[in-house]
Design a protein around this ligand. Sequence first.
Ligand code: F6R
Length: 591
Amino acid sequence: MCGIIGYCGQKPAVPIVLEALKRLEYRGYDSAGIASLYDGRLLIRKDAGKIDEVIQKHDLASLPGIVAIGHTRWATHGAVTQFNAHPHSDCGGRVAVVHNGIIENNQQLRQELTKIGHKFTSETDTEIIPHLLEDELKNGCSLEQAVLNIAPRLEGSYAFLGISLDDPGKIIGTRKTIPLIVGTDAPDYYVSSDALAFSQYTNRVMSLEDNEVVVLTQKGIEFFDAQGNKLVKRARKLDHSWAESHKGGYQHFMLKEIMEQAQALSQIVHQDEKRFTNIALDILRARQVIITACGTSRYAALVGRYLFSRVGKKFCDVVMASEFGYFADSVDKSTVVIAVSQSGETADVVEGVKAARDAGAQVISIVNRPNSILADLSHQVIYLNCGSEIAVAATKSFLSQLAIFYLLSFAMVNSFDEAAARLTDLSGDITKVLNWNKSELIKLSQKLKDKSAFYYIARGINFAIASEGALKLKEISYIHAEGMPAGELKHGTLALIELGTPVVVICPADYTFLETLSNAMETKSRGAYIIGVSDKESDIYDSWIRIPEVDELLYPMVAVVPLQLLAYYLAINRGCDPDKPRNLAKSVTVK
Ligand code: F6R
């Protein structure tokens, strides 16, 4: 949620910041803006709209400066307007700040600042930061000292960058809970929410810890702790394969990421087997196991729960991360909490993990993004290794999460190798399912694009795939969709089925086949249009999405792929941008 970038160096700063904003657009895209220091002036341009629109409308590329900061917004406090877009400034227009996160005590600080004469021009929580800095700078502080002085007054989670005419030639940054990464390629220095913003220039990066402050000037970078003591940090190397962000010839990142899944699967098996098996044994030995996650990652967790039970005979619970805190009383030293998150940044998951750690639980996280906050908070980390995922809708990370749960469950019974071999073979099946169904899915999406609601049903291990298929559809095509266990239909939702209502039935030829089919028949009898996702044909289907016959615990992985593609083509046919669905952002760093 929101991307921030700062550049200070020998090159013109604005083109670098604009390019970075495009790379950060996945974090929010309702407004954008930049601020630069040039010739004794602080230049700020910003507006509501997608980055390209704002760049064109305000001719951002023409802005001069060798020090600049930029922001791409996902609105939290205040509507999507030009006033609320970042950067925000102080009363005298001498300080500019870009911010990701939420300042929870902003109302109180705003009142205090207003009382002493500060004038606010936006509804955002962010605007209090430049006003607080203004007072410190007036007292003669350096920009970094000003940040150190005001940070203790800020409650909530944040990463922000600032520049000022009163201490020109530098960018300061600090963070609490929200990530901030510095890139170095002397004499050029970068600071951003995500290294992806500058990975085309340098692969040498450093992370800030909570409450640390960084200062970037043309002479170099300095780090300070919360007390103002200088810190020495070593740069580490960024994995370039992770930081790739081009579309590779595809029209959208989402399509590229769907197509990359076969490859992701063959990569995921490269885990340290011994460490992996030890983690699996820790899970097995724990008195209780709770998996926590949000959205798509939570659906992966639900599949994981079935796998743990069927293979490892280990029961566990899945708790939505936003609800986790309400169960914290039941967490103790003998609990293993497994946190699942593509980004490793989701605020609810991070919060839950902190609560679990405080209660003495062992935390294992399954994440994609290297060096994420969640990874830092966990006792053990398993990486998905599926490369950067840019489209807001998760696809390849979901498949990779399923594969990790598959490996973990087999590692519980000492069969990691067997599971790894099956997953390697499965990557061919993923390619098959894409090739078999692409043209049918395109036709189907043209036919069904004007439907107002879709229902997805399945049983057992595939139930979470019904929910995931529905989530994909609603988030990128804005069609109402619900996924549910097939047996639940007649307890309410059946009332919504009418002539032509699309019902997607995930019914592989496994132990769920006959019962699921009979639930599908109940909807067909009421006029539903049945889309069967199965390796077995049936007269009930009005349209058949064929999947390969695989081991029954692997069906979720082959069944989800055509559902992703169906959602993608429906979005395209409805004129929606699948990479940037309205109101959503890739990294949900607010609670
Ligand atoms: C849906 C989607 C979201 C995320 C959710 C959690 O396609 O991407 O539902 O799954 O916001 O994100 P992570 O996995 O980064 O914690």
